[in-house]
Ligand binder design. Structure first.
Ligand SMILES: *Cc1c(COP(=O)(O)O)cnc(C)c1O
Length: 381
């Protein structure tokens, strides 16, 4: 029985051809025509003016936060339920992360709680560098509600759209909402450059300064001259070629992941005590890139742990949702505004195999294994 993975890179001859072209062109460096092309194609796709290709999404977040002045004595407000990269980027700057709980419906940050956390911090006289919002599992946050609240308070937004390329909210693309936004092209994301990321912004000065920092902050003189600390964060031309190929196939890959989502929704809907995160219905999914389909099992008397372990016995890779940052040993002493929603989601949420390379037979196998496991639980209960 072959193993079914959660979300694998899906690469074809299209990418092979472009990578070979890049190699043969002699541009085997973290700059070159493929980098330029990848940046301009991503900027067009998302509808932002400027894009900077980087070595990772984490690097993009780090540079985005520096651009907002994040540093010692400043606060960055962000969701507790996210991948550690979001929070780690805050630590890199020396700013203090303050976490906010999820809304139970789609696991994205609870907007009302976020706004009240901002008000509390402002009332205390804290200096908020920015809110760092995350579009979790490929679904945009409700920016129609959040953005006006932040504008009134004069707090900038940075968007962590690492999981959400191709998603949209109210007709605007993920990656277009903040003063700047970060994308990730890590191996398991909706599209990949094996490892890579992108910083997006309409602000040309922000992008130019980030580009300068990302190449060791070299002064424009004939020798290596440095007046401040820089980073080695640029993307290689070879990997940008992989990205150009993947981007040309992005809509096909999203369509395929959406088909998997719809199968899961149709086949799992009748099981008692389970729901798909974010609803998972076709009309609801229109804003979602369907990166990962997540099942919440809260009425069956079973834990995510047990389901992940049992699927593993069927050679099916499922995972927990992101373990909330306020439960991580690294962040246990950080300040957090909590309702308990993300803890519940963590205890009962499972991400299902969602990759665009999965066949219908693979999805059938997941559904039949899951149905067996969950029915067994209900009967035992
Ligand atoms: C993947 C991811 C990142 C980090 O991206 P890398 O390219 O792996 O550095 C940041 N935030 C979120 C929410 C992610 O899922």
């Amino acid at each position: 029985m072959s193993r079914i993975f959660l979300s694998r890179a899906h690469v074809t001859e299209v990418e092979e051809r472009l990578v070979l072209e890049a190699l043969r062109s002699g541009w085997v460096a973290p700059l070159g025509p493929m980098v330029d092309r990848f940046e301009s194609e991503i900027a067009d796709r998302v509808g932002v003016r400027h894009a900077l290709a980087l070595s990772s999404g984490t690097a993009a977040l780090h540079l985005a936060l520096l651009a907002e002045g994040a540093g010692p004595g400043k606060v960055v407000v962000l969701p507790s339920m996210t991948f550690a990269a979001t929070a780690n980027a805050v630590l890199y700057t020396g700013a203090e992360p303050v976490f906010v709980d999820s809304s139970a419906g789609d696991a994205n940050v609870d907007v009302d709680l976020l706004v009240s956390a901002v008000d509390t911090l402002l009332a205390e006289g804290r200096d908020i560098a920015c809110v760092l919002a995350v579009d979790l599992f490929g679904r945009c946050l409700d920016y129609s509600r959040l953005l006006p609240e932040l504008e009134i308070r004069g707090v900038p937004l940075v968007e962590d759209a690492a999981e959400a390329l191709g998603a949209s909210h109210a007709g605007e693309a993920a990656g277009s909402f903040g003063h700047s936004a970060a994308l990730s092209f890590n191996g398991n994301k909706i599209m990949t450059t094996s490892g890579g990321g992108m910083l997006l912004s309409d602000d040309v000065e922000l992008i130019n300064h980030a580009r300068y920092l990302s190449t060791q902050a070299r002064q424009p003189v004939p020798w290596y001259e440095h007046t401040e600390m820089g980073f080695n964060y640029r993307m290689s031309n070879i990997l940008a070629a992989l990205g150009v190929g993947q981007l040309s196939r992005l809509d096909d890959m999203i369509r395929r992941r959406r088909q998997h989502r719809e199968r899961y929704a149709a086949e799992l809907a009748d099981l008692p005590g389970v729901r798909l995160l974010g609803g998972g219905l076709p009309e609801d999914a229109s804003n979602d890139n369907c990166w990962l389909t997540c099942l919440v099992i809260d009425g069956v008397g079973t834990s995510a742990d047990a389901v992940v372990a049992e699927l593993g016995k069927h050679e099916i890779e499922a995972r927990h949702l992101w373990k909330p940052m306020h439960l991580q040993p690294l962040y246990s002493s950080a300040r957090a505004f909590l309702t308990g929603a993300s803890e519940t989601l963590f205890a009962h949420g499972v991400t299902l195999p969602s990759g665009s390379e999965l066949s219908n037979t693979d999805i059938d196998r997941v559904i039949s294994a899951l149905t067996g496991i969950l029915k067994g639980r209900v009967e035992a209960a």
